[in-house]
Design a protein around this ligand. Structure first.
Ligand SMILES: [Zn+2]
Length: 78
């Protein structure tokens, strides 16, 4: 899935399995679990494979149901 050259430096994008990753979409946020994320070994830039972004879109559009819904605490500063 990953292993290509970074777009921003001469590092290599390595796959890293992330337990929880939050994605922003048009109307809110979706959290995916056990996501294979691409991380540059030099600058640390994160890359997401198109299949991951597709999954986020599907859930956002209601085409696919999430496994469960978690309530995220929200706080305001000031
Ligand atoms: Zn890089």
């Amino acid at each position: 899935m990953y292993g290509y050259k970074c777009e921003y430096c001469d590092g290599v994008v390595k796959e890293k399995l992330v337990k929880k990753e939050v994605f922003k979409h048009k109307t809110g946020f979706i959290m995916l679990e056990n996501v294979p994320v691409g991380v540059c070994n030099k600058c640390g830039y994160r890359y997401y494979h198109s299949t991951i972004l597709q999954r986020v879109e599907e859930i956002a559009d209601g085409k696919r149901l999430p496994e469960r819904t978690e309530i995220i605490p929200v706080a305001q500063l000031g």
